[in-house]
Design a protein. Structure first.
Length: 147
């Protein structure tokens, strides 16, 4: 099944550029294939998947490559969302998400791009999470350099 992205209101939230099926699936702990429609509303996403429909905040989703890099206002949205959840740092699934992106990198250049993105948002991550990602990055870099 292919997810349909549709817009229900305008303008779209600035963080909507980071909304991907992969990130949404990881957040909801479902398979990407289970998502069949995602509605982009002004302040939230409405996700329709097999056996569920959920509202998802744009601020729950991690930044990605291929779109405009995170900027000051984006960090404000993320920090406000974390404060509303009584959290100091980004959700745990962000670490898993970036770990997967490091594993999926097909070149050192791509890995470096993901590493730079994580470096740009490092203040959003706990010291333990950042160290964990650094280890995964180093392992993947070593593997890619030897092939």
């Amino acid at each position: 099944m292919v997810a349909n992205f549709s817009r229900k209101s305008t303008p779209v939230h600035p963080l909507s550029r980071f909304a991907t099926k992969q990130a949404i699936a990881r957040l909801l702990k479902i398979k990407v294939e289970q998502i069949y429609r995602i509605e982009r509303w002004r302040h939230i996403l409405y996700v329709h998947a097999q056996g569920m429909s959920r509202f998802v905040s744009y601020a729950d989703l991690p930044p990605i490559l291929g779109v405009e890099s995170p900027k000051g206002l984006d960090f404000g949205y993320w920090k406000r969302r974390m404060a509303s959840l009584k959290e100091r740092f980004a959700p745990d699934f962000w670490v898993d998400f970036y770990g997967d992106k490091f594993h999926q990198a097909v070149s050192v250049a791509e890995l470096l791009e993901w590493g730079e993105l994580v470096g740009a948002i490092k203040l959003m991550l706990s010291a333990i999470d950042l160290e964990s990602l650094r280890k995964v990055y180093a392992q993947e870099k070593s593997l890619l350099e030897h092939f």
